[in-house]
Design a binder for this molecule. Structure first.
Ligand SMILES: Nc1ncnc2c1ncn2[C@@H]1O[C@H](COP(=O)(O)OP(=O)(O)OP(=O)(O)O)[C@@H](O)[C@H]1O
Length: 273
């Protein structure tokens, strides 16, 4: 088999690189109309680390993720991602940034009728330029897509239609599609909310392994506290748009996370088991 050009993974997961943040957010404020939904938010994400983002419904988790790709109405502060000043991007740079950010969603967002392989190949479209989605990819691209499918443990399903796969399998395909972008960072917005607990563990373990192996930060928003405690290197927690917690995961426990959900109407958002 011909060698495939892939970002060189390290042989074993390396500790997160503390010296050079890939993402730097300072004093971020986001307003929707006259509602301030993020205020005074600081965040650093380093190569190789998995950071769990926690907070009650409406605390601003999705908005924070959107602000990293220029999709949130930033009213103040600065956002730098992979060398881009996100608030000052022109259209072309914005496209470049979004191409460098791999995204994984709760509902997988695959194209159901297309094959697993084609879905993964679609992740590399920005690099390939305007080509036919069906049959227009090079042998090199196909090998790369198969490499990533193999990495997520689903190469044997490459020819199947995406819609024929289980939820856990579809999320693995979505992760392979994100890797096909050769991303500088992966954002996973509630990636396991549609999966049963056992699958949730395996998908989060996969994401964490990818962060360490490919030396990229993975930011993953979650509602289930034990999952965050089991599968992250660091936890950041928002309460009503403000960063309340930012600490290495080994220093935290469930009790310390509960203030994120202290308001009466949010108690049910904290899944503690
Ligand atoms: N496009 C929008 N227009 C107006 N308000 C918005 C918009 N998107 C989000 N908001 C508001 O911003 C606040 C934060 O929403 P966000 O989706 O970031 O919260 P979240 O923590 O991700 O919640 P959930 O866990 O329910 O997904 C909420 O009050 C929401 O109603």
């Amino acid at each position: 088999m011909t060698a495939v050009t892939v970002p060189a993974p390290t042989a074993a997961p390396a500790p997160a690189d503390r010296t050079a943040p890939v993402v730097t957010v300072r004093d971020l404020r986001v307003d929707y109309g006259d509602q301030t939904v993020l205020d005074g938010v600081d965040l650093d994400l380093h190569a190789g680390e998995t950071v769990a983002l926690l907070g009650a419904s409406g605390s601003g988790k999705s908005t924070l993720m959107k602000s990293l790709t220029g999709f949130a109405p930033v009213a103040g502060g600065t956002v730098h991602v992979a060398g881009h000043d996100v608030s000052a991007l022109r259209t072309r740079e914005q496209r470049q940034l979004r191409a460098e950010v791999g995204q994984v969603f709760q509902q997988f967002n695959l194209i159901p009728r297309l094959s697993v392989l084609t879905n993964v190949l679609a992740g590399g479209l920005h690099r390939a330029g305007p080509i036919n989605l069906i049959g227009g990819f090079t042998g090199e691209q196909r090998k790369l897509a198969m490499h990533y499918l193999d990495r997520v443990g689903i190469a044997h399903k490459a020819k199947d239609q995406a819609r024929s796969l289980s939820g856990g399998q579809q999320q693995r395909v979505a992760i392979a599609r994100a890797l096909m972008q050769q991303p500088r960072i992966v954002l996973a917005d509630e990636p396991v909310a549609s999966l049963d607990p056992k699958l949730a563990d395996s998908v989060l373990e996969l994401l964490r392994g990818i962060a360490a192996e490919y030396r990229i930060p993975v930011l993953v928003s979650l509602h289930v506290l034990p999952l965050a405690l089991r599968h992250s290197d660091r936890i950041v927690g928002l309460r009503q748009g403000r960063m309340l917690i930012s600490a290495p995961t080994p220093e935290l426990d469930t009790e310390q996370l509960l203030p994120l959900y202290e308001h009466e109407e949010h108690r049910d958002d904290a899944h503690v088991a």
